[in-house]
Design a protein around this ligand. Sequence first.
Ligand SMILES: Cc1ncc(COP(=O)(O)O)c(C=O)c1O
Length: 331
Amino acid sequence: MLRDALPEIITSALPGPKSAEVIKRREAVIPSAIHCGYPVVMKRAEGAIIEDLDGNHFLDWIGGVGVLNIGHCHPEVVAAVKEQADKYFHGMFNVVTHEGYVALAEKLTQIAPVRGDKKRAYFTNSGAEADENAVKIAKAFTKRPNIIVFSGAFHGRTLMTMAMTAKKAYAVGMGPFPDGVYRAEFPYLYRKPEGMPDDKAIDYYVEKFNEVFENCSPAEYVAAVVVEPLQGEGGFIPAPIEWVKAIRKICDEKGIMLVAVRILEGSGRRAGHHRNGEIHRSRRAALGHRRARGNHGSRAGRYDRRYVRRQRARLRRSPQDHRDHGARPPR
Ligand SMILES: Cc1ncc(COP(=O)(O)O)c(C=O)c1O
């Protein structure tokens, strides 16, 4: 079984000849905005192992950027996909109702750690779309124009989520951006002011957060605070739970919606589904999830150094990076 295989490179170079051929074809017809850092062309995959066209085996430690929560081609998932394919492919949910959508929403609303009886779930195509919709819902609900996001945040590559994302290298040449997006400091305890004990640092970061109401937008104009309780691209940094509780309280007091973006957390990877569950106990919370899909370009753990150096050089030449699932402008 491929899932039990170990990583093994059998070609003298990477990519091997068959993979190199497909990569060449890729470069001829796919916009370079979708960079690919690894010389791997998938033939098949099981669990955490990818086999390429040349028979090399790679350990897939990316999992479609955190969305293949149970790995490739789990037999139960494959059976469910086949069963569905026998019935029908697609019916726009705003045109026809299909029961699977409803059943999944029922399941999610049962397990979502949000207080109150009225829970709703819906599904989007990408993380960026989930984040944008959460902002729209918050604005519609509160009738307020502004949002607060954080240093180190990653929210996607659509226009709004580029504005929300901290790293501006992604946004070079893409402005102007939507207004009303203000940034507070994420509570990164490793980078706290030198010598400050952790409990004081949490107070410090809460204080920094409150300064946004002074310096950027009065609270009564803030619709939502959008936060990754576990930052992904920011460096896999968990927000201290005491800080999250303080932000929750501030939001409740000021009528602001708290949006927890949990895209890279990997719901379902451990018992309980919602790892930071306690922070979402609120009447007003929105959880942004990106569902696990099988159609991402996975990146593998073994690579050819020269190939990666070449790709990095390309990235240096054009630092914008439009690899995500939505919003990929061709260049
Ligand atoms: C925290 C976070 N938000 C948003 C996104 C964007 O998701 P998508 O690529 O599905 O648009 C990502 C992608 O990795 C992410 O990590």
